[in-house]
Design a protein. Structure first.
Length: 207
């Protein structure tokens, strides 16, 4: 089912790109017939801007969290979201921001500058978590053959978990929901809603 969903999103985005490019060209042609001259360089720039806006799209491949005991209450305090660009294109993660909304408050997270390979570490107990606060996020990298993400803050064909340590007001108990929106510096925002499931085991998948 996830594969079908991913394929459908890809198809929709490609159709949107064709439609927008066609509309852009039509607009340029109409402008040209009205006496306005548009250079070939300007047309190329317009098309590049349209393509950049559409193809800078971040796929969500996995979304998991971990419950911890806090004052005798089990709360999800860490979440990890596996991301990958839809198309191999450079995305500057230093300009990525994340919005959290729990229905009562909104928090904006900025990139902490921390991206590390997972190596032999477990996901939720990786040492990088010590550098993450409730106001920032980092990356635990699972695939980065050219080290673009780890060394140069660039997500291209890489795959990595965005890791978020939830502050006290945003930690989740069973039944809570949290809306997470990813805002790249250019391109389309990506929003998901996480719902805290029954804590049968400490590590849980969000549906």
């Amino acid at each position: 089912m996830n594969n079908w969903g991913s394929t459908g999103i890809t198809t929709i985005i490609l159709l949107m790109s064709f439609l927008l490019i066609g509309a852009t060209i039509a607009s340029v042609v109409r402008s040209g017939t009205g006496g306005t001259t548009t250079s070939e360089e300007n047309i190329d720039q317009i098309l590049n801007d349209v393509l950049d806006e559409i193809t800078t799209y971040i796929q969500i491949k996995d979304q998991i969290g971990k419950y911890y005991m806090d004052n005798s209450v089990q709360k999800i305090q860490k979440i990890a979201i596996l991301v990958k660009p839809l198309i191999s294109q450079d995305i500057d993660i230093s300009q990525l921001t994340i919005k959290l909304s729990n229905g009562y408050d909104v928090k904006i997270l900025n990139y902490s500058g921390n991206a590390r390979f997972i190596g032999t570490n477990s996901l939720f107990e990786h040492p990088i978590w010590n550098n993450i606060t409730g106001n920032s996020f980092g990356f635990i990298v699972t695939l980065d053959s050219d080290r673009s993400l780890v060394d140069y803050n660039t997500l291209n064909a890489d795959m990595a978990y965005i890791i978020i340590k939830l502050s006290e007001g945003f930690s989740m108990v069973k039944g809570d929901s949290l809306t997470v929106t990813l805002f790249p510096s250019s391109g389309l925002a990506r929003t998901i809603t996480l719902e805290a499931p029954l804590p049968i085991k400490p590590v849980v998948s969000f549906e």
